[in-house]
Ligand binder design. Structure first.
Ligand code: ADP
Ligand code: MG
Length: 253
């Protein structure tokens, strides 16, 4: 494997964790904005914004409720289209793609943990986590094995047969995270991943996300929770639909 050392911090990571990976700008927004219209009124959820995330870093997007965090993450994850500007995912400008190709690119590039979990109600925990692999046409035996492994990481393997409605909010959250990890996508996007978790489970989840970044994934976490700051390599503060501050953290855990 090739190793590219772009800064002292990543050099340290590569030595400490023996993780060798190429640092790639995996997704970026170029002047991307989002406006919503309802009747005569227009809401600017996000003003034209530049933002990028690279493999090997955990970026925390932080800001108050209604500031545009979910909008920024949803643009990056190609869940919504920008009103203006461009979204580039895995070296591809997404506006150039037809729906099927975009869905394929998303499936193979992104694990998305939605704020509302978006688990499929009639499917049990195992089938929910296997779903992205089935869409990727992975053999069902291998898919089941990988889903078990992802659930084990999140300490949810004992609930494989449960339906989502039988789980607590925190448990649903952990299943949603397992589903985002199971495809081994290079970019993991998490909208308020600790909102339904007690502080011990939140620590476990954040340490796991941080570990993924150290092993070479690009991880973006959206939250209003200031306690997540120590886990970030970079903190992007959002207010009133704009990025107002950006800092690199040298003391992240
Ligand atoms: P956050 O995640 O920081 O709480 P959002 O990105 O969800 O903020 O929302 C930013 C702003 O855009 C808010 O004022 C919100 O009401 C508005 N907004 C978000 N989604 C929609 C939508 N689908 N239709 C209309 N307004 C929306
Ligand atoms: Mg939100």
């Amino acid at each position: 494997m090739i190793e590219i050392k772009l800064n002292a911090k990543l050099y340290y990571c590569t030595i400490k964790y023996c993780a060798f990976f190429v640092i790639v700008k995996i997704a970026y927004l170029e002047g991307a904005s989002k406006k919503y219209k309802s009747g005569d009124t227009e809401v600017v959820a996000l003003y034209p914004t530049d933002f990028s995330v690279s493999t090997g870093e955990l970026v925390l997007i932080i800001g108050p409720s209604g500031s545009g965090k979910t909008t920024l993450l949803s643009l990056l994850g190609c869940v919504i289209y920008p009103t203006q500007g461009h979204v580039n995912l895995n070296n591809t400008y997404t506006e150039k793609l037809v729906d099927n190709d975009l869905a394929h690119l998303r499936l193979n590039s992104i694990g998305f943990v939605f704020q509302s979990f978006n688990l499929i109600a009639p499917l049990n925990v195992l089938d929910n986590v296997m779903l992205p692999l089935m869409l990727q046409k992975v053999n069902s035996k291998i898919a089941a094995q990988r889903a078990h492994e992802a659930l084990k990481l999140l300490d949810m393997e004992h609930r494989v047969s449960s339906l989502p409605k039988m789980l607590s909010g925190g448990e649903q959250q952990r299943v949603a995270i397992a589903r985002a990890l199971v495809t081994n996508a290079p970019l993991i996007l998490c909208d308020e991943p600790t909102a339904s978790l007690d502080s011990k489970s939140a620590t476990v989840v954040m340490e796991h996300l941080k570990d993924l970044a150290k092993k070479g994934k690009a991880v973006v976490v959206v939250s209003h929770d200031q306690r997540l700051r120590p886990y970030a390599n970079r903190i992007v503060e959002v207010a009133d639909g704009k990025i107002i501050n950006e800092t690199s953290e040298s003391n992240s855990v």
